[in-house]
Design a protein around this ligand. Structure first.
Ligand code: PLP
Length: 379
């Protein structure tokens, strides 16, 4: 969430510099007109910070595009099934459907992410990929999910769009499986306006992803782009140099964003003490990115009072329930008319009780302490 809150002169200067240094807005070529390859530099920095253990980091035009590129690198298409979770964002599902594959939805566990038990029960011969999603900054149970993936030999694409900076056993999410995906849209931890990144564990997957996102270009060294060869039928999901330059500045602000978000999140955790309010579960050894604080309230009257308090005081309630329709498969009859099965309905019932409090670094910490005490006073 907070990336947009910290935009200032630094981002503005980074973009102006592109004008001063040759006005090249394309990631490739024009070598004698430019001083930087901003997208390539941003990719290198992302890899160093978040997943040096992965073979490749590729910047693309959005998080949705990154998921699609990963699925394409795996050769997924018509007749295949891809399993993801019912608490999700529509983008993940759109990327799957766009390849021609079918989507299967799991139930969620106490982290509100993919239930490993539900996942295992849904695997069939048609399952060709699994996409756990670290919703609202809390990691899914990646240790169990990775074990299942290995046992059934099914690759895993971690959707870390909402969880840049979250960790499992001290490692950042997005670098824990075969692929990891970030979004840099305007509501994310760091932003480039629109944009995304794809981390690939295997060199060859990274190579295919790179070709696919760029019209199939092999980018053969020393060959001019016009004479380059196509390695496959691709598409255009490239990031612009403006986004690359912007992203490098935002990445420089990332540790500060995380630190400030953590202070506010821990204030809520420390001071919310209502006996009818449960806090979202985070697995032992996992760390959220402190972007959103989710509480669960069984009592509908109390829940409605908490929601109106958050709205009246300017906090809002982010995706739960602000944009519930876009984040739960229960509402996606346009994807599948029979979508309301056991897994999806269980997830819906669990999420109905949840309220998401956004963490904003521009809001003073005292506001979080105060809202916690107002919530505690509600009956
Ligand atoms: C979980 C999840 N996956 C994928 C996306 C898609 O990212 P983008 O908006 O960059 O296409 C989002 C964006 O909100 C998201 O929250």
């Amino acid at each position: 969430m907070p990336g947009f809150e910290v935009i200032d002169e630094e981002e503005k200067k980074a973009i102006s510099r592109i004008f001063d240094e040759g006005k090249v807005f394309f990631a490739h070529g024009f070598d004698n007109k430019r001083k930087h390859y901003h997208v390539r530099e941003f990719e290198n920095k992302l890899k160093t910070v978040f997943s040096p253990q992965m073979a490749d980091a590729l910047c693309v035009s959005s998080g949705t595009a990154a998921i699609k590129v990963a699925l394409k690198a795996l050769g997924i298409g018509k007749g295949d099934n891809v399993i993801t979770q019912s608490f999700n964002f529509i983008a993940t599902v759109e990327a799957i459907v766009d390849t021609g594959a079918s989507v299967i939805f799991t139930d969620i566990d106490d982290t509100l992410n993919m239930s490993p038990m539900s996942l295992e029960s849904l695997i069939t011969k048609k399952t060709k990929a699994i996409i756990p999603v670290h919703m609202l900054g809390v990691p899914a149970d990646m240790i169990s999910i990775n074990k299942i993936g290995k046992r059934f030999k099914i690759p895993i694409i971690e959707d870390a769009c909402e969880a840049i900076g979250a960790k499992v056993a001290k490692k950042y999410v997005g670098g824990l499986s075969e692929f990891g995906v970030f979004s840099f849209d305007f509501g994310k931890m760091i932003t480039t306006g629109e944009g995304g990144a794809l981390f690939s564990k295997k060199k060859n997957d990274g190579k295919i992803a790179r070709m696919y996102h760029d019209h199939g270009h092999k980018n053969i060294p020393d060959l001019p782009r016009g004479l380059d060869r196509a390695g496959l039928i691709g598409f255009n999901y490239r990031m612009t140099e403006i986004s690359g330059a912007f992203g490098k500045v935002q990445l420089g602000k990332f540790s500060g964003i995380l630190k400030e978000s953590k202070k506010r999140y821990l204030t809520l955790e420390r001071y919310i003490s209502h006996n009818q309010i449960k806090l979202r579960h985070v697995n032992l050894g996992n760390e959220p990115n402190y972007d959103t604080f989710v509480i669960s309230i069984e009592n509908k009257k109390l829940r409605d009072r908490v929601i109106s308090l958050l709205n009246q005081t300017g906090f809002g309630t982010k995706n739960l329930p602000d944009a519930f329709n876009w984040h739960c498969a229960y509402f996606w009859k346009h994807i599948n008319k029979k979508i309301r099965n056991k897994e999806v309905t269980n997830c819906y019932k669990r999420l109905l009780r949840c309220v998401a409090i956004p963490i904003l670094v521009s809001k003073p910490i005292i506001d979080y302490k105060n809202i916690a005490s107002y919530i505690n006073e509600l009956s």
